[in-house]
Design a protein around this ligand. Structure first.
Ligand SMILES: *[C@@H]1O[C@H](CO)[C@@H](O)[C@H](O)[C@H]1NC(C)=O
Ligand SMILES: *[C@@H]1O[C@H](CO)[C@@H](O)[C@H](O)[C@H]1NC(C)=O
Ligand SMILES: *[C@@H]1O[C@H](CO)[C@@H](O)[C@H](O)[C@H]1NC(C)=O
Ligand SMILES: *[C@@H]1O[C@H](CO)[C@@H](O)[C@H](O)[C@H]1NC(C)=O
Ligand SMILES: *[C@@H]1O[C@H](CO)[C@@H](O)[C@H](O)[C@H]1NC(C)=O
Ligand SMILES: *[C@@H]1O[C@H](CO)[C@@H](O)[C@H](O)[C@H]1NC(C)=O
Ligand SMILES: *[C@@H]1O[C@H](CO)[C@@H](O)[C@H](O)[C@H]1NC(C)=O
Ligand SMILES: *[C@@H]1O[C@H](CO)[C@@H](O)[C@H](O)[C@H]1NC(C)=O
Ligand SMILES: *[C@@H]1O[C@H](CO)[C@@H](O)[C@H](O)[C@H]1NC(C)=O
Length: 870
């Protein structure tokens, strides 16, 4: 390979696209390109919030051998140990294998755990404290099981397309709401002593074509994964925003994504990892690959990857891009010594940052079996022993689950039907009100749509300890109230349904759903992403039928995002509509709390459009580049969700931030206080040179596989050891021996002091500290003018004023409980960051000269108070 071709391969275009393409492929010139950024930034001993962790990590890492450091960076292979991912251990220093386990709504694949509401439902609470408490509760449960890294929360996908399969794992397509969700969840998880993982970095906005093998199995002929082509401004102002909050919250780990960005795989994209995350944002923790998202060894190492997951090249190959290859790459000088030290430092610093001691308690569950006994090394079928101790980690978290799911339920419409007060007769209709007759956990990773939808499918799931169905909870309430109660738990019984709901005095409550999930499971023809935005299982027919027979029809929707309500939302017989999201194990109790007015509902974290087309960007269902990487151009820029509707001047059915309450609120007295913040100061100067910790033997003999009395080799397991003192043989790579200069970009291994980026923080993770200077405090008075206590969720939007800016962007919110007649003050701070745009030429944030306005109100389209920023 020529140097130029090699450079392309590493830094920008993947190997396949560097070679001639067939005629159906787009011409190479049109392909987006990711410019190289090297060397990989090393940790900053003075980084805020990390100093203590750094010192402890330094002490530990300085004692480590090269093989031990490699062990820490490389997973032991798919199914090598009990967790969904485990790295090698460091027995000599008393550190057991670190356990990495899904996921964003609780501990996956175990028992006696809590099944929390999904991120999206949590986002709909707009309640920072609940977000924090959920993170803390998930962290405690993970810790009890022996999990060291919990693989969540997610802000990628952010939600560019409403049909995308995994949007529900995150909080909202709005970057500010998503960013608050990320930060609070991370603080909660990490305060429990577990490392959180911000994922997936970045632009992994759909399931189709995220992995080649998966796509081929579905009959698509592609040889490279989808490339999300994202311009620099959109990256900063939209997709990176919540990840910035994650870094500022001190998150210990990141996960790079399956997809490519600008035709370079995320897990060896130096622009994403070296430049944006580690250099600009000053991220001090470690970056792990998504499972099988790593495609190169040395290139990934110098591009900023710190941990290979699950460690093998492909599941159960027994081979690794790292492991022995990383040992060799350090010994032969291709990966600089500082880089392996930096990887180990980042992993151990994250470990110490969450206050863990080296003497960890043992992992006491196995992701791979529900039995008490099983193989300790499941892929190898070796070491049969007790692997599950069935530790009950739940505490009283069910209360929190119930509260979050109720407070995250959105009352979209209410024509006086709610709250229910001892109604005479309730008629519940729909499969979505009942359980799955085969059991709530019968479908692996919830990969089906049977019965009530309380959790979607994929790796971001957990087992239900129980599932309270809407039917069970509503019936229990009815019995207590002396209400007559009957349910038709089928979508396909029109005769019986009509006979029931057309009886006098019926309050019909229809339960419907729409599901989506992760791409490795197909449900009803949906490959993760939803094929449409309509309800599943003839839900629209069901609603329309019931509404034609019953003048008091209440509709409850469980879904992973917006569905099209166009056909029936304005039917006068539909007296109320609720979106109950993905509520988790207390589903029925939560919906009862809202229907009966015991709990105040939340606000929609996304827009409910009239048509699918109104959203603009959509999922790509067919490859558009021959068998090359599908090219997904993010041409709409920052205009997704409500920003797209505002730009196109399209009216949604229910706007972003919308949600009714059982009382009424009056907004008044908008006040803006300007602060004398210091002027913006670009960061200058240089970093210190890259440090190394400890020394290592360069004698290959010292890295040979130890005798079997020391380490008994486990089948397919990934080790740091060499099987031969002939490096080419030990690697087994046909191309072994390529010198660094031949395939790494210039400067890739440079360990000298590096210039700091002006937008980066000087020892302050998240970026330039001046971005968080508070420029204005905005306050407004909110009065409960109704007769019952209720929660109002005041929202602050800013108009940045430029010709390319969205009409409005959310910048602040709060959730205030207000008694009848009481007035409470809403207060929000506007930071410099909140008022800035990303200047692609300057490569920094700037507050433009365009006049800026603030708007405060109940939703993105019900803004009662306005003022220009002085
Ligand atoms: C992707 O390409 C666009 C257009 O050239 C550029 O603005 C952006 O910075 C690139 N991003 C990455 C991560 O390479
Ligand atoms: C690497 O990890 C494996 C698996 O935990 C362990 O058997 C081995 O002893 C470790 N090697 C070193 C050098 O610590
Ligand atoms: C898990 O439970 C087992 C058995 O009760 C216990 O020995 C172990 O310390 C526990 N692990 C953690 C991380 O608490
Ligand atoms: C080293 O990496 C190459 C791929 O780059 C792979 O083919 C080989 O099997 C790996 N070697 C080991 C020992 O895992
Ligand atoms: C160094 O080791 C790596 C990992 O096995 C290999 O890819 C590379 O070709 C080797 N380079 C040299 C110069 O030996
Ligand atoms: C029940 O239905 C009857 C007949 O339609 C009506 O007269 C009566 O007012 C209803 N009662 C209630 C409580 O809705
Ligand atoms: C939308 O997809 C769902 C789930 O696959 C299916 O049940 C429904 O019939 C589809 N709707 C339309 C209008 O095709
Ligand atoms: C509303 O319900 C009544 C039955 O009470 C029915 O006669 C009428 O057609 C329905 N209206 C609509 C718009 O479906
Ligand atoms: C290295 O040797 C061990 C022990 O014999 C064996 O289990 C493993 O598969 C070998 N690894 C490679 C990459 O050849």
């Amino acid at each position: 390979m020529t140097l130029a071709a090699a450079l392309l391969c590493l830094a920008g275009v993947s190997a396949a696209t560097a070679f001639p393409r067939n005629e159906h492929q787009l011409s190479k010139r049109e392909l987006a390109y990711s410019p190289p950024s090297y060397p990989s930034p090393w940790m900053d001993p003075e980084a805020e919030g990390w100093q203590h962790a750094y010192a402890k990590a330094k002490e530990f890492v300085s004692q480590m051998t090269l093989a031990e450091k490699v062990n820490l960076t490389t997973g032991v292979g798919w199914g090598g140990e009990q967790c969904v991912g485990n790295v090698g251990s460091v027995p000599r220093l008393g550190l057991r294998s670190l356990c990495l386990q899904d996921g964003p709504l609780g501990v996956r694949g175990t028992d006696y755990n809590t099944a929390f509401p999904a991120g999206q439902t949590t986002g709909a609470t707009w309640d920072r404290h609940l977000m924090y408490l959920r993170g803390l509760a998930m962290g405690k449960e993970a810790r009890d099981k022996g999990v060291n890294v919990l693989l969540g929360p997610a802000a990628g996908p952010l939600g560019r397309m409403p049909a995308a399969g995994r949007n529900w794992e995150g909080f909202s397509p709005d970057p500010v709401l998503a960013g608050v969700g990320m930060a609070e969840t991370i603080k909660g998880i990490q305060n429990a002593g577990v490392i959180a993982c911000a994922k997936h970095f970045i632009g992994n906005e759909q399931e189709h074509f995220r992995q080649v093998g998966e796509s081929v199995n579905y009959g698509f002929d592609i040889s490279e994964t989808l490339s999300s082509n994202i311009d620099d401004k959109t990256m900063h102002e939209l997709y990176m925003w919540p990840f910035v909050d994650a870094v500022r919250a001190g998150v210990g780990s990141f996960m790079c994504a399956y997809t490519q960005v600008n035709n370079s795989y995320s897990c060896h994209n130096s622009q994403l990892m070296n430049h944006l995350l580690k250099n600009e944002l000053g991220f001090q923790g470690f970056i792990m690959s998504d499972w099988q998202a790593q495609h190169t060894g040395v290139a990934a190492a110098v591009a900023g990857l710190d941990m290979s997951m699950p460690g093998d090249t492909v599941f159960n190959s027994g081979r690794s891009f790292w492991g022995a290859n990383l040992t060799l790459a350090v010994l032969n000088g291709t990966v600089p010594a500082y880089r392996i030290d930096d990887m180990a430092m980042r992993i151990m610093a994250a470990f110490f940052k969450v206050n863990r001691d080296i003497n960890l308690d043992p992992i006491n569950f196995s992701f791979w079996t529900r039995d008490s006994y099983g193989y300790r090394h499941p892929s190898a079928n070796e070491d049969y022993e007790q692997v599950n101790f069935h530790v009950d980690a739940r505490r009283d978290h069910h209360r929190l689950v119930r509260d979050i799911a109720a407070k995250g339920t959105v009352l979209l419409k209410n024509e006086g039907a709610l709250p229910l007060k001892k109604p005479k007769f309730i008629a519940v209709v729909g499969e979505d009100a009942r359980g799955n007759p085969k059991g709530p956990n019968s479908c692996s990773d919830r990969g089906c749509n049977e019965g009530t939808l309380a959790m979607s499918w994929g790796s971001g799931t957990a087992n239900f300890p129980y599932l309270v169905t809407p039917d069970a909870a509503l019936q229990a309430q009815a019995v207590q109230d002396g209400t007559r109660y009957e349910s038709v738990l089928s979508n396909d019984a029109p005769g019986e349904t009509k006979a029931l709901v057309s009886q006098p005095n019926a309050t019909a409550i229809v339960f419907v759903n729409a599901n989506s999930g992760e791409g490795y499971i197909r449900v009803d023809g949906n490959i993760g992403d939803r094929n449409n935005l309509t309800l599943w299982r003839n839900g629209d027919e069901l609603v329309k039928n019931v509404a034609s027979w019953c003048p008091n029809t209440i509709v409850v929707i469980h879904s992973t995002g917006p569905v099209l309500l166009t056909e029936w939302y304005d039917n006068p017989n539909v007296t109320a509509i609720l979106w109950a999201g993905l509520p988790g194990q207390e589903s029925g109790n939560s919906i009862v709390d809202v229907l009966y007015g015991r709990t105040s509902p939340g606000r929609s974290p996304f827009t409910w459009g009239r048509t699918r087309e109104d959203y603009g960007a959509d999922v790509m269902y067919k490859p558009n580049n021959g068998n090359g990487a599908p090219q997904q151009d993010f041409t709409e820029g920052v205009f997704i969700d409500y920003r797209a509707f505002d730009k196109a001047d399209k009216a949604p059915i229910y706007e972003f931030g919308h949600g009714l309450s059982y009382t009424t609120f009056k907004y008044a007295n908008l006040q803006i206080q300007k602060h004398n913040a210091p002027a913006y100061e670009p960061t200058t100067g240089k970093t210190s040179p890259a440090p190394t910790f400890g020394s290592f033997s360069t004698n290959l003999d010292d890295y040979l596989f130890p005798s079997s009395d020391k380490v008994r080799p486990i089948t397919q397991y990934i080790y740091p050891y060499l099987n031969s003192t002939n490096p080419a043989e030990a690697s087994g790579d046909a191309h072994y021996g390529l010198a660094a200069e031949e395939f790494l970009p210039p400067g890739a291994t440079d360990n000298s002091p590096q210039p700091r980026l002006r937008s980066s923080g000087l020892h302050s993770p998240g970026g330039n500290a001046r971005l968080w200077d508070v420029l204005y405090t905005v306050t407004a008075d909110i009065t409960n003018t109704g007769s019952v206590v209720g929660d109002e969720i005041p929202q602050l939007y800013v108009s940045l004023g430029g010709p390319e800016d969205p009409k409005l962007v959310l910048r602040g919110f709060d959730r205030l409980t207000i008694e009848p007649g009481q007035t409470r003050r809403f207060e929000a701070q506007l930071t410099r960051r909140d008022l800035s745009n990303w200047d692609t030429v300057l490569q920094d944030w700037v507050v433009t000269e365009y006049p800026k306005e603030v708007h405060v109100g109940k939703s993105s389209r019900k803004l009662e108070l306005h003022a220009a920023l002085p």
